[in-house]
Structures are given as C-alpha cells and as structure tokens.
Design a protein around this ligand. Structure first.
Ligand SMILES: NC(=O)c1ccc[n+]([C@@H]2O[C@H](COP(=O)([O-])OP(=O)(O)OC[C@H]3O[C@@H](n4cnc5c(N)ncnc54)[C@H](O)[C@@H]3O)[C@@H](O)[C@H]2O)c1
Ligand SMILES: CC(C)CCC[C@@H](C)[C@H]1CC[C@H]2C3=C(CC[C@]12C)[C@@]1(C)CC[C@H](O)[C@@H](C(=O)O)[C@@H]1CC3
Length: 345
C-alpha cells in the first residue's frame, strides 16, 4: 500500500499573498525559514523562495497545485470592501472559502489560519473593549461584513481534530502600514479633494488601528500554536495594537505627518450618517443610469463616529500574543513609506 508523504511543517501557502497583508505575511514567513506558495488572482511581486500560482480561489483545480506538500494554509484573500459588490463577495468569501476548505482537506493540509475581521461583530454602534464572545452582527453594516461572518463560521466549523484538519480565525482591526492600498490612500485622496476638514461627532470615539507587522505576528503565532490539544482550535482571536486611540487623532497624525491640515470643524454624527445613507440609496437606485461611489459611505461614517476597540486578552492568554510594534512607531513608519502621497508631491 502506498504511504502518504506527510507535508513538511515548514512548507505553507498564502492565499491572497499578493495583497497588502498577504505580502507582509509572506516576507515574515520567509524570514522564519518557511518555504511559501502564493496563490492569488494576480501576481504583484517576485521574491526568491516564493512560488507563485495565479488563479481564482473559487476554482479547486487551480488551487490544488499550490497546496501540494503544504501543511499550513493562510487564507487572507478577499475582494476589497470598497467594491461593495454583493455578488462578488458572496462568490469569493462564501463559495470560494468552501472551495478552499475542500481543496485543503483533499490536499492533506493540516492547519488553516483565516484572516477574518473584528467587524464581524460591528453593527454601527459603540463597541468598547469587545471580546470574542460578542455575537456576530445581526444586521451587518455592508455586504463585505455580511460575507466575512459567513466565511468565519465556515472555517471555524471545519475544524476537525479526528480528521486532522485544524482551523483558527484571526480578527484584525483597521490594519495600516507600508503598501496599504486602502486606509492612507483613501484618506489622502479625501484630503486632496478638500473633504477632510470635518470631524464627525465630538471626536472622542476610541478605535483600534493595528500595524500590519502585529497582524502578521498574530497569524504566525496562531499557526504555530495550533495543535490538537490547543485551546485555539476552531476559535476566533482579536489581534490589535492594544492601544486604542481617538479615531480623529489617528487621522490627524497621518494627515499632518504627510503635510495636510488636520480636520477641525465638527459635524453632528446623525446628520452625516443620514446623508451617507441617502447617498448610498441614490447610488443604488441610479446605478443602471449613472455610476458614482460616495466617499462617505454609511460604513465609513459609522467607523469614524463610534467607539470600536477590542480586547486581545484571549490572544495574549492562548497564543502568547503581544504587539511587536507600538502605535507611535507604526504611524511614523507608515508616514515615511508614502513619499508620493505627501502634500505637494
Ligand atoms: N485591511 C484591513 O484593514 C483589514 C482589516 C481586517 C481584516 N482584513 C482582511 O484581511 C485580508 C487581507 O486584506 P488586505 O487589506 O491585505 O487586502 P488586499 O486587497 O490588499 O489583499 C487581498 C488579496 O486577495 C486577492 N484576491 C481577491 N479575490 C481573489 C480570488 N477570487 N482569488 C484569489 N485571490 C483573490 C487579491 O488579488 C489581493 O491580492 C482580507 O481577508 C480582509 O478581509 C483586512
Ligand atoms: C472618509 C473618512 C471619514 C475616513 C477615511 C479613512 C477610511 C478610508 C478608513 C478609516 C477606518 C478604515 C477601516 C476600513 C476601511 C478603511 C477605513 C474606513 C475597514 C472597513 C476595512 C475592512 C476591515 O475588515 C475593517 C476592520 O474590521 O478592520 C476596516 C475597519 C477600519
């Protein structure tokens, strides 16, 4: 009888490895002596020690070669939240994740770490020091969040010690850092269009922003601690900088660091949220005739005007997690990394 070769524990695959978080994760894995397969719908760089497989994660036949001899899979692919395309989110985050799980089991993968999001419990109202036992949002604030909830449930439910397939989910919040295509570029674009003069609400709401290297550290700890006897099996973990900051202080530090003025004038939260909702509805109704994407979506306004910070005590206790880069240093390194987004550049 042919014996199955057990994949080497230092061989892993990163699905979504061409993305912002994915590439930082790949770089750290290489530093730690892993050999890495990247599976992504696009290839955005080349690195020695990395094998690229280009394809859609909804296609099992395309995935299987990337998972050959791999014992550990990180799944950090998702369509960008700004696309707000319900069909795409459902296809990739829900059906695609089912396909990823099936492909992993078929390929003999032993561990899977999902990048989920702390937003799976966020409904647009205050969350202060939220723990992982908060219920999933009953009314998720957008299609992205709705499908991230389904995705997390699928992955955690697939954890099966008897079959030797272990899963865990990492829930980061507000990832920022060099090469981020989202937070800093959108912020600067909004400032350049003269729309970052206003503070939504009283400006005292506390939020987690998490430097990308801390998120990577949380993923690797989870992967390395995931064993049949570990409390991490089938569980979600918040990973943050553990330094909640006022949302508008964070925005101001980044803007000022890049040479733009900090927002100064206050607008009532309910007014801005109502306007954002109206604009979102208008964009939906007019979609077949004209296409426009409002900057201030209900999700962004809710994130800008409420408390949303999370406890990472569970990650500290079960995974030995501790942030490796403080918020101040993270902001400085991020600002330095965007010379092309400076005022006047
Ligand atoms: N950026 C944040 O603030 C944040 C916070 C919490 C959670 N997350 C989660 O982290 C993960 C990574 O996010 P990111 O910010 O690096 O995004 P990103 O857009 O930079 O990376 C996502 C990657 O997924 C790939 N991808 C998308 N659809 C695919 C498909 N059908 N098949 C194969 N590859 C596909 C993209 O090409 C891209 O390279 C996502 O799951 C996201 O939900 C992000
Ligand atoms: C126009 C201004 C009011 C705000 C400009 C900055 C925003 C573009 C970002 C501020 C907080 C960010 C954020 C996300 C996207 C970009 C912001 C809205 C996420 C929604 C991206 C997806 C993640 O899963 C969410 C998470 O749980 O971490 C992010 C939350 C913060």
């Amino acid at each position: 009888m042919a014996t199955r070769v057990r994949p080497s524990s230092k061989r892993c695959a990163v699905i979504g490895g061409s993305g912002f978080l994915g590439r930082h994760l790949v770089e750290k894995l290489l530093d730690r002596g892993y050999s890495v397969s990247v599976f992504d719908i696009r290839q955005s760089y080349e690195l020695p020690g990395v094998t690229f497989h280009q394809g859609d994660l909804c296609d099992k036949q395309a995935l299987l070669p990337a998972l050959k001899d791999v014992s550990l899979v990180f799944h950090c692919a998702s369509p960008a939240p700004a696309s707000d395309d319900r069909g795409l989110f459902e296809r990739v985050n829900i059906q695609g994740t089912r396909t990823v799980i099936q492909a992993c089991i078929e390929a003999g993968v032993q561990k899977m770490v999902l990048t989920s999001s702390a937003s799976v419990v966020f409904e647009g109202t205050d969350i202060e020091n939220g723990r992982e036992d908060l219920p999933y949002a009953k009314k998720p604030i957008d299609f992205y969040t709705e499908t991230k909830i389904q995705q997390e449930k699928l992955v955690l439910e697939a954890c099966d010690k008897d079959k030797g397939f272990l899963t865990v989910a990492i829930r980061p919040h507000g990832i920022f850092g060099p090469r981020d295509p989202q937070l800093v570029p959108i912020l600067v674009d909004t400032a350049r269009r003269g729309k970052m003069k206003f503070i939504i609400g009283d400006g005292t709401n506390l939020v987690d922003f998490t430097f990308v290297e801390n998120v990577v550290h949380g993923h690797i700890l989870a992967a390395e601690r995931l064993r049949p006897d570990s409390p991490a099996c089938g569980k979600p973990y918040h990973i943050t900088n553990d330094e909640p900051i006022k949302f508008w202080d964070f925005m101001s530090e980044v803007l000022v660091g890049l040479g733009y003025a900090a927002p100064r004038y206050h607008l009532p939260y309910a007014l801005v949220y109502g306007l954002a909702l109206l604009l979102w509805l208008l964009a939906l109704i007019l979609h077949p005739l004209v296409s426009f994407k409002p900057t201030f979506t209900p999700m962004r306004v809710a994130l800008a005007g409420t408390h949303h910070y999370y406890s990472c005590d569970r990650a500290k206790e079960d995974l030995g997690y501790k942030p490796v880069v403080g918020l101040k240093e993270g902001i400085e390194r991020t600002v330095q990394s965007y010379p092309h987004l400076r005022q006047g550049a």
